[in-house]
Design a protein around this ligand. Structure first.
Ligand code: GCU
Length: 593
């Protein structure tokens, strides 16, 4: 009789256990378990990881994470996959872009690698994953440490207790399956990439670790708040350039201070940044922070007390070759194209983009709208969906609220105006204000096409009303857009968060729908009407680049949404680019800026 291990017995029993997944979904890796990483020296775990797709979650059922690391020849029982051997993929990456057979793969995939670490006594070790689409379960040396839900926000997990001296094995089970209770849910107009597609790093800290640091201007003061985990009774906050050197008292892990200061103000024209540091016990973090004021009064948006018009464009995080992986060069190219368009603003749609985007926008002087993917028909009545949305919002805000470039947190896109949605989204907008009272809130709302007016009930609970309207494309009659302009009388600023038309530069017709000439006509007619609406204080037309989406397989789309002003190769401008650029140039030269 073949001697079977306990694991082998489990492998057989698991064939009849459909409850296998429950124990792996505590969602305990969340906003609360993040650590502040500004100024920390991390050890990168980027590079080749062993990898396999696992459509039926055989790995969780058979507990591949519990297999001991042995060479193939040492195995005494048959296994369906050996995580310590076989194919590798680079991290960061999206598996769809690596092998044709994985292009439409939706399910679990396993990443495994070893790392050596000697952790001195009294020190702590954290793993930080910049993003994994969508759910990520973390195992270290066979132990399940927890999971994170959300495909575009960073998360941390403490490894200290499960670390072994010498070689350690980390395994990630990433699942990008779309389900109706997720954020986003299963129907989106962008490609469902999967994988560990941002940086993976190790951070060693002292017993005391600064988990969060938020610095902002409020009136004539710099307000500092921090969350500190571990032994510390006080913390020291410094901005040498402003001769700020403040001691904060730590109570129950919290520290705050209000410090009178007159920093030079950050703006797109003067993107001034200050070096700040916070120390607590042996822990020390730093950041480069700009100070500015963003407010709305009536239908005006004010930056540092001056009215501003947001000359923007929408962008997805999408690349023809790299999928959702983005690099500093890709972000700088995106921003230089936006600058050539005459932009002072971008809408980073429809989910949190790479954290580098806001850091570079701080540096080059661009304002940003950031958002969470509460998109279309979210399951607004489901508490699990609400928990997911709220955590992703908190993680985004915690990650980027020291970034002067971020002026708007947006909580949703094109959601139906129902009671459940109103309650859900009002809750998110209120949460955003709680986490960060220094910025504006928004949502991309729909027009009431029956009354031809801006009437979304959510508008009363956000600072800026985003409006997605496609007159000239999905809605044919431009006279209706004129009527909407006249019928609407919002008491707060409106940003046209989407408008545009597809133009297939490579293979479209010479005129009519999907031609680049018709795209020009839509932009011309849109601008002609919108410029007359004095409550419109910004635009982010849809969209800078053509982008990948499964739902568009027509002869002029071929798996891409072609509303870009630049083609998917990010090099070829379409004629409509110049139409918008001309309008923005006129605005920049006029008082409307
Ligand atoms: C919607 C949606 C976008 C989508 C766009 C389009 O407004 O918000 O995500 O890509 O329309 O249809 O092109």
């Amino acid at each position: 009789m073949l001697e079977r291990s306990e694991l082998a017995e489990n492998a057989l029993a698991s064939l009849h256990d459909e409850g296998y997944g429950k124990v792996f979904d505590p969602q305990n890796l969340n906003a609360q378990t993040m650590i502040f990483t500004g100024g920390r020296e991390g050890q990168s775990l980027n590079g080749d990881w062993n990898f396999c797709v696992d459509l039926l979650d055989t790995g969780l059922r058979q507990k591949w994470f519990a297999l001991s690391p042995l060479s193939a020849g040492e195995r005494t029982e048959p296994w369906d996959y050996d995580p310590y051997d076989g194919e590798t993929v680079p991290v960061p990456s999206c598996w769809q872009m690596l092998r044709d057979r994985w292009y439409f793969f939706e399910g679990s995939a396993w990443y495994t690698r070893a790392f050596d670490y000697h952790l001195p006594a009294g020190r702590r070790l954290f793993l930080r994953i910049g993003a994994a689409q969508y759910d990520c379960k973390v195992f270290l040396n066979g132990k399940f440490l927890g999971n994170h839900a959300g495909g575009s926000t960073p998360f941390c997990v403490e490894l200290t207790a499960a670390l072994e001296a010498g070689t350690n094995w980390v395994m990630l089970c990433v699942n990008n399956t779309r389900t109706s209770d997720r954020v986003p849910m299963k129907n989106t107009d962008w490609f469902n990439y999967g994988g560990v597609y941002r940086d993976v790093e190790l951070f060693e800290t002292s017993q005391t670790v600064i988990r969060d640091l938020f610095v902002r201007l409020s009136g004539g003061n710099i307000c500092v708040s921090a969350r500190i985990d571990g032994p510390a009774t006080e913390a020291t906050f410094k901005i040498l350039a402003l001769e700020v050197d403040a001691t904060l008292q730590v109570s129950d892990g919290a520290a705050q201070a209000t410090i009178p200061a007159q920093p030079d103000l950050w703006s797109p024209e003067t993107p001034v940044l200050y070096d700040i540091t916070l120390t607590a016990g042996e822990d020390r973090v730093s950041d480069r922070v700009g100070f500015r004021r963003i407010e709305r009064r009536g239908t005006e948006i004010f930056l540092n007390g001056q009215p501003v018009f947001l000359r923007g464009i929408s962008v997805h995080e999408d690349d023809e070759r790299a999928g959702k992986v983005t690099t500093e060069a890709d972000i700088r190219r995106r921003f230089s194209h936006a600058r050539e368009l005459g932009c002072n603003f971008l809408r980073l749609a429809h989910y949190p983009h790479h954290e580098l985007a806001a850091r570079i926008a701080d540096e080059v002087g661009l304002m940003l709208w950031e958002e969470i993917p509460v998109y279309w028909a979210i399951d607004f009545a489901n508490p699990a969906t609400r928990r997911d949305a709220e955590n992703q919002l908190r993680e985004l805000i915690q990650r980027d609220r020291n970034r002067a470039s971020v002026i708007i947190w947006s909580v949703g896109n094109e959601n139906p105006d129902t009671d459940a949605r109103l309650d859900f989204m009002k809750g998110l907008a209120d949460r955003a204000k709680t986490e960060d009272p220094s910025r504006l809130t928004a949502a991309a709302c729909l027009i009431n096409h029956h009354s031809l007016a801006i009437e979304d009930r959510l508008a009363a609970h956000i600072d800026v009303i985003g409006i997605n309207e496609y007159y000239g494309w999905y809605e044919q009659d431009f006279r209706d857009l004129q009527a909407i302009g006249k019928n609407s009388n919002p008491d707060r600023p409106v940003v046209i968060s989407e408008t545009g038309a597809d133009g297939d530069h490579a293979a479209g017709p010479s005129t009519g729908l999907f031609s680049v000439t018709y795209q020009v006509e839509v932009y011309r007619r849109q601008i002609k009407i919108l410029r007359g609406l004095d409550y419109v204080k910004g635009m982010t037309p849809w969209i800078l680049y053509d982008f990948r989406t499964e739902r568009r397989q027509g002869i002029y789309q071929r798996g891409f949404n072609r509303k870009g002003l630049i083609t998917a190769d990010k090099t070829t401008r379409k004629p409509a680019f110049e139409v918008l650029a001309a309008y923005y140039s006129e605005l920049a030269g006029s008082t409307k800026d």
